[in-house]
Design a protein around this ligand. Sequence first.
Ligand SMILES: CC(C)=CCC/C(C)=C/CC/C(C)=C/CC/C(C)=C/CC/C(C)=C/CC/C(C)=C/CC/C(C)=C/COP(=O)(O)OP(=O)(O)O
Ligand SMILES: O=P(O)(O)OC[C@@H](O)CO
Ligand SMILES: [Mg+2]
Length: 232
Amino acid sequence: MDNRWYAHWRHVFKLDPEKEIDDATLDAICLSGTDAILLGGSSGVTFDNTVDLLARVRRYSVDCALEVSTLDGAVPGFDGYFVPFVMNTKNADWLMLKQLEGLQQYGAFVPWEATAASGYIVLNEQSTAAKVSEAEANLSSQDVLPYVWLTDRLLHMPVLYIEYSGRFGDMSLLARVAAELDQAQLFYGGGIDSADKAAQAAKHADTVVVGNVVYDNLQAAISTVQAVKRMV
Ligand SMILES: CC(C)=CCC/C(C)=C/CC/C(C)=C/CC/C(C)=C/CC/C(C)=C/CC/C(C)=C/CC/C(C)=C/COP(=O)(O)OP(=O)(O)O
Ligand SMILES: O=P(O)(O)OC[C@@H](O)CO
Ligand SMILES: [Mg+2]
């Protein structure tokens, strides 16, 4: 079951439990007006660093969800959970088998009403996510469409995530994907490090995810919130 508890999210900050973040930065991020804090990373995510960051974000009233990307990092107590599936890999581990193992281990504890599958299309070959998952990331706008149809129209995944982690993506491809969607909520993430890039992504994506710039340039990160909200 998925009642889209995240349907109203327009702007999201993604924090990586593996990375250090000081209290002042976390305060600014959680009070920025963003719709949610999503914890996730493609490597080095453990139970301990996830619990630690969750406890710190819990001081604020902002929604806090977990993108479960390692078996060790499945932690109770979040407002919601996303389970990623990499659609553009031929390695069955990242397409389905890791997720199956997760359910074999934790299935009895999953809050189904607050858990959603996210169909990832990973498009930056240089990203950790692409390398870890062996994604076939070099796709044109035309190549990407069958993955979109598979994710949205055949499998009815509630979230389709266009992932350029670390690099700003092709906005014409994003527009093409948006135009093809029947029911999935379109998440975009990758390389947003300014208000202008955030606004460009918000033209097409339902939900804009901002990650690395939080650690590189806090003011630029904060500026993305209003840029996305202005597009509503
Ligand atoms: C105990 C309890 C209450 C559990 C409930 C939680 C729950 C729903 C558990 C379900 C268990 C389950 C199904 C677990 C699955 C675990 C798992 C290993 C899934 C596979 C995930 C996956 C496909 C990983 C590949 C990489 C990827 C796409 C990660 C997504 C996140 C991402 C892209 C982050 C960006 O990473 P970053 O580190 O920033 O990368 P860059 O360096 O490139 O920027
Ligand atoms: O870190 P950046 O490049 O902002 O990407 C955000 C997010 O899509 C990563 O999973
Ligand atoms: Mg990152």
